[in-house]
Design a protein around this ligand. Structure first.
Ligand SMILES: Nc1nc2c(c(=O)[nH]1)N[C@H]1C(S)=C(S)[C@@H](COP(=O)(O)O)O[C@H]1N2
Ligand SMILES: [Mo]
Length: 331
């Protein structure tokens, strides 16, 4: 349905979609129609193909909401703003971010919020282990009790050229790593998303993909102050389609590195295999820093467009976060 909605200033779907997904688009489309309860091959109206009527803010909000949220977690939001972080442009509207996301476990369309109803992110645990002295499994209560949350205004840049400016609630990944005491052999951090096909229709319809979604960082990147484990967005707990109940946010890297709905974090001495790098290593590298001068094999990365307003900006090296991360990548 997505390319029917396409605006002339968007890239064509074949240009921004991973090749194997684009080749299978008819299958994905059938899956989508099945999901929307439109069975058979009979006549289908344009409004059904485009995902029905325009959704209301309430519909989007309810679809993504994680219920019930314990009272003590509710009281944490909104967390105090960290004044060190400011946007250089207007904040993206909550709705514009909520209705346009990548989350392949649910759908290859951007309207992943329509496919998250079976996803139950509570209770939830994150197992942290590998090359460290004190491996530990955290539930969300532990997370909320152990770490002090703050709000950070970050810009996000998807490798497909769309961008947003949103406030995340979270804490630095390095605080969690410190607790488990990595040993000197730990050179990389591997992160893993949940893998429950019964709750995630995208896993069901793409069984050949290397689930679970995995990502990885060097230990220096993972302990950089910018690397944030986020439990919320816009001063509220994380909606499902943004990666409830806890996800990574790496504002200097392309969005696919910011792995959602994390269940496992492993300290390791080997560079971890990662989802997109396995599928298409030529197009999705391990490092994946935002670099305007390095084009994607199928499109330029010189500019980006904002969700909602579609305003265009020049892409900045490291997405403008060079003062924090430039020293990680000596030239
Ligand atoms: N588990 C998982 N994490 C994921 C993805 C995904 O498909 N699965 N997509 C990534 C991509 S490509 C982007 S751009 C961001 C987008 O999500 P957001 O808009 O909620 O930040 O999530 C990233 N994290
Ligand atoms: Mo992305």
């Amino acid at each position: 349905m997505f390319y029917i909605n396409r605006k002339p200033w968007d890239l064509h779907q074949s240009k921004h979609t991973p090749v194997d997904v684009y080749k299978n688009r008819k299958l994905h489309r059938r899956e989508f129609l099945k999901m929307m309860g439109i069975a058979g091959t009979g006549a289908v109206s344009l409004s059904q193909l485009t995902g029905c009527e325009k959704a209301t803010d309430e519909e989007i909000e309810q679809a993504g909401a994680v219920e019930p949220l314990p009272e003590k977690q509710k009281s944490i939001y909104p967390a105090e703003k960290n004044a060190a972080f400011e946007y250089d442009r207007p904040e993206t509207a909550k709705r514009d971010a909520a209705e346009y996301t990548n989350f392949y476990e649910f759908s290859t369309s951007k309207q992943t919020w329509r496919f998250v109803d079976k996803f139950n992110p509570s209770p939830w645990t994150i197992e942290v282990g590998g090359l460290c002295a004190k491996p530990k499994t955290f539930d969300m209560d532990d997370i909320y009790k152990t770490f002090s949350l703050e709000e950070r205004a970050y810009r996000h840049r998807c490798v497909e050229t769309w961008a947003m400016a949103v406030p995340w609630t979270g804490f630095p990944l390095k605080e969690l790593l410190k607790l488990v005491e990595p040993n000197s052999k730990a050179k990389f951090v591997a992160l893993e998303t949940f893998n429950k096909p019964e709750e995630a229709p995208g896993i069901q319809s793409d069984p050949h993909h290397p689930w679970p979604y995995t990502e990885g960082l060097t230990i220096e990147e993972a302990t950089n102050d910018l690397a944030l484990l986020a439990t919320g967005i816009y001063g509220e707990p994380m909606p499902k389609q943004h990666g409830a109940p806890i996800r990574l946010v790496l504002p200097w890297k392309y969005g696919f590195k910011s792995v959602k709905s994390i269940v496992k974090i492993t300290l390791t001495d080997k560079r971890p295999e990662t989802f997109w790098n396995i599928i298409n290593p030529r197009e999705y590298g391990f490092e994946a820093n935002v670099e305007p001068e390095v084009p994607h094999p199928r499109w330029s990365q010189k500019t980006e467009w904002m969700l909602g307003t579609r305003e265009r900006f020049d892409t900045q090296k490291y997405n403008g976060y060079g003062e924090y991360v430039g020293n990680l990548y000596p030239v």
